[in-house]
Ligand binder design. Structure first.
Ligand SMILES: [Zn+2]
Length: 263
């Protein structure tokens, strides 16, 4: 995870083994063990004693916690490996967006393609995995019309990508027409293609709602802390969309049915 977060934005190869960014000395395999390696080294390079950024053990700990959450909610199902890989990719994107304000295509494009493959393959497995959007309108109509599960699933994925990427693109286009400034990057739209394809339209709209809501709160907090308030301040929206997508994947169906039960 840290290798991806550190090297992808700088377009470095993922293959060479890790070395200290300060003294270039290769890192011993046992010092590369998540969290334990950092503790063993007491947060300093074994060779030059340069401090190792707290981000490294933080990413490792956070990934472990999210993986436990995913297992707790998804359980032993064919969707478990998909949910773990998706969460890992999102965590990488969140940290990259926080530091560089970009969502690299080398992560968002494969995410979309892999999501489409997953949506075709999982319903074909003996367990016949059913995605949540296959049980609701409009995708359920394909189901009742007798189309095979994988076709229904793929249609749901394409509709989800259209709803997710399309609505975000539309908001950006309207904002640009009204204010003449770029409201969000195309990276956010590309990220929503993958989220939309994997989670379906309903959980994707929830993702956008959660992302916009928490992003707006964070934006207000940032502006309030500034001395000379600048309402044009940019915040990396990918962070909030990413967190929203994991919450939505794990708790979305429960959140939606709780919300609907309030009426
Ligand atoms: Zn060093």
């Amino acid at each position: 995870m840290n290798v991806v977060i550190y090297r992808v934005p700088s377009e470095l190869s993922l293959l060479p083994s890790s070395k200290c960014p300060n003294c270039d000395k290769p890192i011993k395999p046992y010092h590369n063990i998540p969290i334990a390696g950092w503790l063993m080294l007491r947060g300093k390079c074994a060779n030059c004693k340069e401090r190792i950024a707290w981000r490294y053990p933080a990413v490792e700990l956070l990934t472990a916690l999210v993986f436990v959450l995913v297992y707790w909610q998804v359980g032993l199902s064919v969707f478990l490996p998909v949910a773990l890989v998706f969460s890992a990719a999102i965590i990488a994107l969140v940290f990259i967006d926080a530091e560089h304000m970009i969502l690299p295509n080398v992560i968002t494009y494969p995410m979309f393609v892999i999501a489409l493959i997953v949506r075709i393959v999982l319903p074909l497995l003996p367990q016949r995995y059913i995605f949540s959007d296959m049980k609701i309108v409009p995708i359920i109509y394909l189901h009742t019309n007798g189309y095979p599960d994988w076709v229904v699933s793929l249609a749901g994925a394409l509709f989800g990508a259209l709803v997710g990427g399309g609505s975000l693109w539309l908001v950006g286009a309207i904002w640009k027409a009204l204010r003449g400034v770029e409201a969000m990057g195309l990276g956010d739209v590309k990220l929503l293609l993958g989220i939309g394809a994997l989670l379906g339209w309903q959980l994707t709209l929830l993702t956008i709602f959660l992302g916009a809501f928490t992003g707006a709160l964070a934006g207000i907090a940032v502006v309030l802390r500034q001395k000379d308030r600048d309402l044009q301040t940019q915040i990396p929206f990918g962070i909030f969309l990413g967190i929203g997508s994991i919450v939505s994947m794990l708790f979305g169906e429960k959140l939606i049915s709780w919300y609907l039960s309030q009426f």
